[in-house]
Write a protein that binds this ligand. Structure first.
Ligand SMILES: [Zn+2]
Length: 369
């Protein structure tokens, strides 16, 4: 593809950005294949030469500017064997760390504990969560932050959090390539870092740079996710109600079978097939399935196996009960039955967790067009 204003070509990739989730990236830096640069330090020259070479295929997100290694595989980095040691004794670097410690210490009484969001946020009620030079090593830092903030919101917590990562704004400006090695698979710009925070349901209280712009950091409040908690609460309620309704309907269907009255199901595919499979409407107890669509006649219900007959079969073989799984079509089907002289003692549809009588019970589906 050609860039219109510069005439240079670039490769477009469809990959999810670790910082903002956008799905379009372009080629950024091909570093060839290299051995791990910081995690592994072999004891012998022979071992050095035997180290596997890993691909440095850096791309750039067109939405937020984040730079990341499209070929990165977390399993290739043995964090469990070797620590990622960071040299923290340089004078200028020490000065920067000192400033950050003062900044954080001024806000809290520190308590050191092992920390896992889902377990420890509710247990420890932390004043602050600190993550320094970690996010750029994760496959999915956006997912981590979103989870952290969501868990905090679920427990009605708003802890402070400090995140700090290397910033490559200057590397890009000055065409510096040494930043791009395998362990740093994901490289933040100020914009990609900011964009990630914006999508993580946090309230940014302070965003800044340190060490002459080589790092970017933010102090944020976690847990600004009340709408997410509302969605999760609704999901849990739906799930509970769906389980309960399935049990109720299975009972109702079993008693229909026990009554010995002939029953037909109207509709053989899509929503009807989903209903029959979920509620165990087997072909042995309930062999009769009809459909309004002649194109489906002679085929079989997916998963349960009844042969689908045309609806007019019911004129000569009347049934006592017609079950209509697709509620939203119940009005049309009732009209169709009346128009073609198909009668049944009752027409049942699923509503609010149970089968109800379409003609006799109060329903939202019984309306005119
Ligand atoms: Zn992005």
């Amino acid at each position: 593809m050609q860039l219109p204003n510069q005439g240079s070509s670039f490769g477009v990739r469809e990959i999810a950005c670790p910082a903002c989730g956008h799905h379009v990236a372009v080629d950024f830096f091909d570093g060839g294949d290299q051995a791990l640069a910081t995690i592994a330090w072999p004891a012998t020259r022979q071992a050095t030469r035997a180290m596997p070479r890993l691909p440095l295929d850096f791309v750039r997100c067109v939405e937020c500017g984040h730079v990341y290694n499209a070929a990165f595989d977390y399993a290739a980095v043995p964090y469990s064997d070797k620590p990622n040691l960071m040299f923290n004794r340089g004078m200028i670097w020490k000065g920067f760390i000192g400033q950050i410690i003062d900044k954080i210490a001024a806000r809290l009484d520190l308590r050191a504990e092992m920390f896992e969001p889902a377990r420890h946020l509710p247990e420890l009620l932390p004043d602050i969560v600190i993550s320094r030079h970690v996010l750029e090593h994760l496959m999915n830092p956006l997912g981590f932050l979103q989870t952290l903030s969501f868990v905090a919101a679920c427990h009605d917590q708003r802890p402070l959090a400090y995140f700090e990562v290397p910033c490559i704004d200057r590397a890009i400006e000055t065409r510096r390539t040494v930043d791009f090695y395998y362990e740093h698979s994901s490289q933040f710009t100020t914009e990609s870092f900011t964009r990630m925070l914006a999508r993580s349901a946090v309230m940014v209280e302070e965003l800044g740079h340190g060490y002459q712009g080589e790092v970017v950091y933010a102090l944020v409040r976690l847990g600004h996710a009340s709408s997410q908690v509302a969605h999760a609460t609704t999901a849990a309620a739906f799930r509970t109600a769906a389980d309960r309704s399935r049990e109720t309907i299975i009972d109702q269907i079993a008693s229909l079978h026990r009554s010995g009255r002939p029953v037909a199901f109207w509709g053989g595919t899509g929503k009807s097939a989903a209903f029959m499979q979920r509620c165990g409407v087997d072909a042995e107890r309930f062999p009769i399935v009809v459909d309004s669509d002649p194109a489906k006649v002679g085929t079989f219900v997916p998963g349960t196996g009844q042969e689908i007959r045309f609806r007019d079969w019911l004129i000569e073989h009347p049934v006592a009960v017609v079950v209509v799984p697709p509620q939203w079509r119940a009005g049309d089907i009732a009209a169709e039955m009346a128009a073609h002289g198909i009668t049944a003692h009752s027409v049942l549809i699923e509503h609010d967790g149970r089968l109800v009588d379409y003609h006799r019970d109060p329903l939202p589906y019984r309306c005119s067009p």
